[in-house]
Write a protein that binds this ligand. Sequence first.
Ligand SMILES: Nc1ncnc2c1ncn2[C@@H]1O[C@H](COP(=O)(O)OP(=O)(O)OP(=O)(O)O)[C@@H](O)[C@H]1O
Ligand SMILES: [Mg+2]
Length: 346
Amino acid sequence: MEISVRSIRKEFDRYPALHDVSLDIRSGELIALLGPSGSGKTTLLRLIAGLEFPTSGQIFFGMDDASAKSVQERNVGFVFQHYALFKHMTIAENIGFGLSVRPKATRPAAAEIRRRASELLELIQLPGLDKRFPRQLSGGQRQRVALARALAIEPRVLLLDEPFGALDAKVRKDLRRWLRELHDKTKHTTVFVTHDQEEALELADRVVVMSQGKIEQVGTADDIYDRPATPFVFSFIGESSEIPVIVSGGRVSFENTLLGIDAEGTADGPARLFLRPHDLEVVANGGGAISGEVMVVRRAGPVRLIEIEVGAARHRIEIELPADDGEHLSGTVHVRPRRWRLFPAG
Ligand SMILES: Nc1ncnc2c1ncn2[C@@H]1O[C@H](COP(=O)(O)OP(=O)(O)OP(=O)(O)O)[C@@H](O)[C@H]1O
Ligand SMILES: [Mg+2]
């Protein structure tokens, strides 16, 4: 089922949580909504689910305008942020819940619901746990049951809001792989919310980066890493440093030093130069390098991170070097970017 979000605005008490958001989700796609707290991820997911209604704009499911339809009519399955299973129900009853509350005419027989619950327990790799209660499962197992419960109604679309939020890093990683495999098997159109960039970039076919109620960029992990569309995306994804520069006739200068880098078609005037720690190399003094004072040298696993301060305003730039190279750096150093990104200032 493809979903088309068209110029959605959502206000809560006049305060806009989403401004003019448009997004096309392809059928069978696994898409991640990624952004800091308060950026509007849950709001967008709830609008797609039909738990909230837009102030303006529309949501299409395939060719149908679903904007005014209920959750049931949209036939979506979801797992919420801070989701809990029903404590007093067995695992099988939890999974079958969505089917057992259907009106009589569309409700499967009790035996059929039990059969589907067992089938789903196989799918989530927890066979035979039908009769247990939630408290007898681990956190990761409960999250998988929550997913099985969402899948039981045979939804057209699966919506997941930080489904692994409360789990430790190792379990999250395992569940992430598991979810990808499950998605490849079931091919549900899935929208997944997270504020963990590694999770989003590893798991999703495409990532939607959000900030302050707007979409900053939609793209594959490669697009987001290698071709960040905005300063926000550059600094939100991975480590980065920024210095103010001046572009003039295709040349870039920082304070009074002409840097040996290409302005990549950026218009003349003040600009922001963005750098990643692993794209910087330390060079002997010469033309075109950025000079700075070494402030901090620290070991981080296989690499060494060096922070230098540059220019009159003492901007901090972080450099990543192989652990053997950076150990004795001190005083003044000169660095040159192998890769960089320029955005016009303001
Ligand atoms: N029911 C509501 N009433 C009023 N304001 C709301 C409501 N729901 C969300 N908001 C506001 O809308 C904005 C977006 O909230 P949302 O929950 O979508 O963010 P989020 O990206 O999911 O954040 P988080 O990562 O913390 O879950 C926030 O400023 C929030 O305070
Ligand atoms: Mg949220």
